[in-house]
Design a protein around this ligand. Structure first.
Ligand code: FE
Length: 239
């Protein structure tokens, strides 16, 4: 389903309730789980910024700044959010044949402190520009680990025609620290991204609602897969 095929209204209220319930009810468990599974000792837990990771990897320096306290800009949610997505950071299934993307990042507050236990929700279209509205393909939520870090294994989405015209490839994202407000935004791709034979520069230029400050830092492709980085800066209190 495309974004111009609106399945109906009523998502927003149920989503917020879901996120609040998830945050309050599951954060402790998520923290415990991530703590048990963490591979980084606390003593070395100073988070590495997206820019620093890209630099170490030899990648391009980015449009994604290190945390400077400026909040990540919000964007419209769109009509195709689905609540109650599965908890997972890996979206790859046999049906998903797009260009692979391994996206990592850190969630900070406006004081640049990393935010463990932050609820991250991701949803996107597939390699054909279609959203799954009957199931949960390319949809999922996860919680940042004790370093405030997340990891999403997915594909680069394709462009599509939607309610707001031609949309450049993007990943819809919600971010909510425990008890904090929900940031709804969209992540984009650099102009020289290579996927599906598409002209990302033209697609980005032709997207009327794109926010270039929400562009993922990409390294690659290597063996057909991209490595991406994006750090979020969010409010942690409801005002
Ligand atoms: Fe979309």
């Amino acid at each position: 389903m495309r974004e111009d095929d609106d399945p109906g209204s009523g998502h927003t209220r149920s989503r917020r309730a879901f996120i609040r319930a998830s945050s309050m009810g599951m954060t402790a468990a998520a923290l415990a789980a991530t703590g048990a599974a963490s591979v980084a000792p606390a003593a070395s837990a100073a988070p590495v910024t997206a820019v620093e990771r890209a630099r170490r990897a030899g990648g391009r320096l980015s449009v994604t700044p290190a945390c400077d306290g400026h909040e990540t800009p919000a964007a419209m949610e769109g009509p195709l959010f689905k609540p109650e997505s599965p908890e997972r950071g890996d979206f790859i299934t046999p049906a998903i044949r797009g260009v692979r993307l391994d996206l990592t990042g850190v969630v900070y507050d406006t004081g640049c402190s990393p935010q463990p236990g932050t609820l991250m929700e991701f949803w996107q279209c597939d390699q054909n520009g279609d959203y799954d509205t009957s199931g949960f393909s390319l949809r999922g939520h996860q919680y940042t680990d004790r370093r405030g870090a997340f990891r999403l294994t997915t594909i680069i989405p394709r462009d599509y025609w939607g309610r707001w015209g031609k949309r450049a490839p993007h990943i819809h994202t919600q971010v909510q620290t425990p008890g904090g407000p929900v940031l709804i935004t969209q992540l984009y791709f650099p102009d020289d991204t290579q996927a599906y034979g598409r002209d990302f520069a033209a697609l980005n230029a032709g997207d009327g609602i794109i926010n270039r400050s929400c562009t993922i830092t990409l390294s690659g492709p290597e063996d057909g897969a991209y490595t991406g980085a994006f750090d979020f800066v969010v409010k942690t209190t409801v005002q």
